[in-house]
Design a protein around this ligand. Structure first.
Ligand code: NAI
Length: 736
């Protein structure tokens, strides 16, 4: 059996404890070891008169049973005096049960000022005064438990009780805020709406019920809520007859009734009324932050869409349940990322490169002989597809931009980034995973300089609250993170971020106000603006490059990180690193909090002898490269003939280790035909995706392309019939 809940050493003040529910609480607390102040003014149920006998009787009853109790006969309106009684008699105050109450029932138009005021003075103001008198003592001792007594008539309304209902629900508001303010000092405040037979209900409840609904069926909840082991805070409970239920707020998904840059009209409200009042899939906001963040989402949705939402504005992203057809494989319109030395330097400063470190000069001074962007500048090249609201355009997926978390990041470089450049970027939704609590979008972004693939990024974006739609949980497209070794780290670098770190980092293009605007950050539930996850990522990668590659950017191959906790500007980052061959595992800690902020991460380096750490995907190592080059050479000799015969453009995505390592186009449609690296300049008639190894097998005649297609080793999109003609070309002209 569970250990009994005891209150030895605790001092409990119960107001209105001379009868009814208060008496039951006082007896129960005393029976379990508490010292109890039994307060009661001793008037009638309308608040007229006073006397000491009600409180005295209960004190006697407690003492008779061996318990500790003292009486107090003040009105709760003299809150300080009640608490003083506790301090004088027992030296402390741990628990306050605001229970005293009276009734002045009248239909609304007959309520006098006096009826209104006295109800508010006893219930609401009395609870305020008693609790305020105890508050600082509770804060100092870092413990306090408070109960507010509300009523079903406040929650639901009740004929003839307008004054009482208003005061009783006022107590819930008071409790809600005390729960927020008290939690950091272990002061919990909860509210009950009891039903029990007492003198207050004797004229309301039928006789049988009056006897059956014993106060002893309410007091156990009050005791539990006030026990030191109870974590509940800010709860509201209906309780009676031995039954207890918890209440919470529910909010419809609602509707946006406003267009960007347009006045809002009552007609738009009317048009959306059904949706505004539709409780299907309603949300249950628990905090004011959750409630407010809904509004932040609305603002971003209106700004992003610029139109009235005809769909629900769920305040979370909603996903089509159709397996995300249309979304997976969706290609963003290609875009160009242009940068000069200025952007590269700004980024390096944003991730902490400094003149303090002489070897950093090459990242921040364009006049250095070996000037180069940091390898992780590759994420900046790719990120602009996310910044313009492009995610909202993905078909079959309703993405709420304010509910996106950056979960993980992978970056692979195929060659060091040029010191300045104009890179063509192609972004594609590689896959969508359903993690229950949210969806993960795997967004692959390829950046090309002319036809050369320079870098590849995979953003894992977590859409909070959008999951649970029955999608798959894993994907072979996802770049996996890797657990860190269990031994102590081989190297540790610490770096203190500056208070301006996020202000500086955002100049590289992530303008999210979460990182600079205190109001926005507080609406999102943070104490102050947080650092960009990718800024911490840049710090850590710099540390790895510094310690294990002597800042040689040509040795950087790839990086994978998982973002696990936020960092505030000004906090200190500690990167812990482990060398395992050419892979440097790492994790990054926030030294102030001890939190791991980047987990299960690694950097793959190219060994100083030039061998890549992992499966090489450098284009130079692809066997298919030689074939395409050879086909190109031969095509020059064949010219128009073949172009006429085939009349099609074929695009190839050659993969290595699951990643697209190169793209090639065989254009047998335009001019006299040509073969070149990179995606088709116009549009391709057919696109083939297969591994470098399978490509070789097909060319060498060892793998039948049809079989490869049906077994999934070769994927083809577009006009698949045209591939027949291509087979001829490969067979006749590759011949290697
Ligand atoms: P009760 O009348 O038996 O107990 C209330 C006690 O508060 C009385 O002993 C009274 O003398 C005392 N009191 C009144 N004004 C006071 C003041 N200014 N200072 C100090 N003590 C004062 O009534 P019951 O039913 O035990 O009510 C307890 C609390 O529960 C009240 O706040 C009431 O509004 C609330 N409540 C009770 C329900 C029920 O079904 N019994 C339903 C909903 C709420």
């Amino acid at each position: 059996m569970a250990a009994p809940l005891r209150f030895d050493g605790r001092v409990v003040l119960v107001t209105g404890a001379g009868g009814g529910l208060g008496r039951a609480y006082a007896l129960a607390f005393a029976e379990r070891g508490a010292s109890v102040v039994v307060n009661d003014l001793g008037g009638d149920m309308k608040g007229v008169g006073k006397g000491s006998s009600a409180a005295d009787k209960v004190v006697e009853e407690i003492r008779r049973k061996g318990g500790k109790a003292v009486a107090n006969y003040d009105s709760v309106e003299a809150g300080e005096k009640l608490v003083k009684t506790a301090l004088d008699a027992f030296g402390r105050i741990d628990v306050v049960i605001n229970n005293a109450g009276i009734l002045r029932d009248r239909s609304f138009s007959r309520i006098s000022d006096e009826d209104w005021d006295i109800i508010h003075r006893v219930h609401l103001r009395g609870s305020f005064l008693v609790t305020r008198a105890a508050w600082d003592h509770m804060k100092k001792q870092k413990f306090g438990r408070i109960i507010m007594t509300s009523s079903a008539s406040g929650i639901y309304g009740n004929f003839g009780q307008a004054n009482y209902s208003a005061a009783k629900l006022g107590l819930l508001g008071l409790s809600n805020t005390l729960a927020v303010e008290g939690s950091k000092n272990n002061i919990h405040c909860n509210t009950i709406a009891p039903t029990a037979g007492s003198r207050l209900t004797q004229n309301i409840l039928p006789g049988d019920l009056l006897d059956a609904l014993k106060p002893e069926y309410v007091s156990p909840l009050v005791l539990w809520l006030c026990h030191e082991s109870c974590e509940e805070n800010g709860g509201l409970f209906e309780v009676g007859a031995g039954w207890i239920g918890k209440l919470r707020w529910e909010r419809t998904l609602g509707a946006i009734a406003r267009q960007k840059n347009q006045p809002m009209t009552p007609e738009a409200v009317k048009a959306n009324w059904m949706k505004i009042c539709d409780f299907d899939d309603a949300s249950k906001p628990k905090t004011i932050q959750e409630s407010m963040s809904g509004l932040v989402e609305v603002l971003s949705e209106i700004n992003a869409n610029g139109r009235v939402s005809t769909n629900n504005t769920s305040h979370t992203a909603t996903a089509a349940t159709s397996g995300f057809t249309g979304a997976i494989g969706y290609k963003f319109p290609p875009f160009f990322a242009t940068y000069s030395e200025l952007e590269a330097i700004m980024y390096a400063l944003g991730v902490g490169a400094s003149v303090k470190e002489p070897k950093d000069l090459k990242f921040i001074y364009e006049g250095s002989s070996d000037f180069s962007p940091l390898p992780t500048f590759g994420v900046i090249i790719a990120q602009s597809c996310l910044m313009g609201g492009g995610l909202a355009e993905i078909p079959g997926l309703s993405v709420n931009l304010a509910k996106i978390l950056h979960g993980e990041q992978y970056l692979e470089l195929y060659k060091p980034l040029p010191r300045s450049g104009k890179l063509k970027c192609e972004a594609v939704v590689a896959d969508i995973l359903d993690k229950g609590s949210g969806l993960v979008i795997l967004l692959d972004v390829y950046a090309y300089s002319d036809k050369d693939l320079v870098c590849y990024n995979q953003f894992s974006l977590f859409l909070v609250g959008a999951g649970g739609v029955g999608g798959k949980r894993t994907s072979d497209k996802a770049k996996a993170s890797a657990a860190i070794p269990s031994r102590p780290p081989d190297a540790v670098v610490t770096d203190t971020t500056s208070l301006n770190q996020a202000a500086l980092y955002r100049l590289s293009g992530d303008w999210n106000p979460l990182h600079i605007d205190p109001n926005f950050a507080s609406m999102a539930g943070f104490d102050k603006p947080i650092l960009h996850g990718l800024c911490t990522f840049g710090f850590s990668a710099r540390h790895v490059l510094q310690r294990f590659a002597d800042n040689d950017v040509s040795r950087f191959k790839a990086i994978k990180v998982r973002f696990s906790k936020p960092v505030y500007p000004g906090q200190t980052l500690q990167t812990e690193m482990w060398k395992e061959g050419n892979r440097i595992h790492f994790q990054t800690k926030n030294l102030e909090t001890g939190d791991i902020v980047i987990a299960n991460a690694y950097v793959d380096l190219v060994s100083s002898s030039g061998t890549a750490a992992q499966a090489p995907t450098e284009d130079g190592k692809l066997q298919s490269t030689f074939i395409f080059e050879e086909i190109g050479r031969r095509l020059k000799n064949m010219g128009l003939d073949v172009v006429k015969k085939v009349n099609a453009v074929f695009e190839w995505h050659i993969t290595k280790g699951g990643n697209t390592a190169a793209k090639w186009t065989i254009d047998l449609k335009n001019g006299s035909g040509k073969v070149y690296r990179g995606p088709a300049e116009g549009s391709a008639d057919t696109t083939f995706i297969l591994s470098d190894e399978d490509f070789m097998e097909v060319v060498l005649g060892k793998l039948d392309p049809q079989k490869a297609f049906f077994s999934g080793r070769l994927k083809a999109k577009g006009n698949i019939m045209l591939s027949q003609k291509l087979q001829l070309i490969l067979k006749d002209h590759a011949k290697l």
